[in-house]
Design a protein around this ligand. Structure first.
Ligand SMILES: [Zn+2]
Length: 363
């Protein structure tokens, strides 16, 4: 049998595995696979964004996901991600960050023939992206870039480079908060957001705005500026499956990519790491004993996920516990949600046991 000819070019679509998650197909581009926990988070994020928009995808959406996936975006040189029409429906190219959720917003709207004034489209995508994956590094907001604002962006049909995404997200989030989702949906699904570019006009967009919100775009922009340029709130933590606290936590599990509690892979120095991860809420601040028994190579990590009070997380609540297999510790753990992770090389995997229990006085 001859080897496959080196010149036989295939599109990169066929090199990775394709996962079908309802209307969403996922093709990983870093490694040829994704763990169950990452796939389920992608599925949750897709549905979360559909719900935030009040729309469902009307054609298949294929997402190429990985560190360099956005380098295949055709639109701009330095895009963090993109959503475009393709031969297979709508395609997303993005890293595994909240850029994915941003592009899902574009993709779901594109699948229904909805797109329009960039400042609204980008602001809407920014506003609904908050929630799941960790935020991507974004350029800091330069106050000078806040002008021109929504009004001139709509009026002048400015392209992507001419306004700040943080500003756009802030404006649309202000609209959502002030007026609610219903008029926002009626505006963003109006004739100002359908048809071809040549069928659009700034006048139609501004008239649609006023009809939806009972306020002109000019007045809305001044009110938003007067109330400050608050950015879209960024979540501090990626959501993690919760595990009940039953006078302690007693885990018996394995680091295996097929396990729905394992996310990954994340490749560093050639090693494909996986992360078993749950969160549990410890009811009271106290001393707890922590035991970690595991196959070699696994590492236990425990981090507090407290809501800061008065903007400050108390020192006790910032404990960070790291254990190697066979190690045990006693630590003061605050009454917080705690993320419990077991990390290791997915090609080796391994079984582990974690016991966290109130420390016995005097022991
Ligand atoms: Zn965008």
């Amino acid at each position: 049998m001859p080897l496959v000819a080196a010149g036989c070019s295939q599109s990169d679509d066929t090199s990775g595995t394709r996962y079908e998650l309802g209307a969403l197909s996922v093709v990983p581009t870093d490694e040829p696979y994704l763990c169950e926990g990452t796939l389920s988070l992608l599925g949750q994020e897709f549905v979360r964004v559909e719900n935030a928009l009040g729309l469902s995808a009307q054609m298949p959406v294929t997402a190429y996901l990985g560190e360099e996936a956005a380098s295949d975006c055709t639109s701009t040189d330095n895009a963090l991600g993109c959503a475009q029409f393709g031969t297979e429906g709508v395609t997303i190219r993005s890293p595994l960050t909240d850029v994915f959720a941003h592009e899902v917003a574009h993709a779901v709207r594109l699948s229904r023939g909805l797109w329009g004034a960039s400042v609204i489209e980008e602001g809407y995508a920014e506003a609904v992206a908050v929630g799941g994956f960790p935020p991507a590094p974004r350029l800091p907001i330069d106050p000078r870039s806040v002008s021109p604002g929504p009004l001139s962006s709509v009026r002048d049909s400015l392209g992507h480079a001419d306004f700040d995404y943080g500003m756009a997200g802030s404006f649309v989030q202000w609209i959502r908060t002030t007026h609610g989702d219903t008029p926002l949906r009626s505006f963003t699904e109006s004739s100002a957001f359908s048809g071809t570019a040549s069928q659009r006009s700034a006048e139609n967009t501004m008239a649609s705005f006023e009809s939806a919100f009972g306020q002109s775009l000019t007045d809305a922009e001044s009110a938003w500026r007067q109330q400050g340029l608050a950015g879209v709130t960024t979540p501090r933590y990626v959501p993690v499956p919760s595990h009940p606290w039953d006078n302690g936590v007693y885990l018996r599990n394995t680091l295996d990519c097929a396990n729905e509690l394992v996310r990954g892979p994340s490749t560093q120095d050639g090693i494909e790491y996986g992360f078993f991860r749950i969160a549990t809420r410890i009811p009271e601040t106290s001393a707890y004993s922590i035991d970690f028994r595991a196959d070699p190579g696994l590492v236990f990590e425990m981090t507090a996920r407290c809501t800061p009070q008065d903007g400050v997380v108390p020192a006790d609540f910032q404990a960070f516990v790291v254990l190697a297999p066979g190690e045990a510790a006693t630590a003061m753990l605050g009454a917080c949600e705690w993320a419990i992770s077991v990390v290791g090389d997915l090609s080796i995997g391994g079984a582990f046991e974690v016991d966290i229990a109130p420390s016995q006085p005097g022991s």
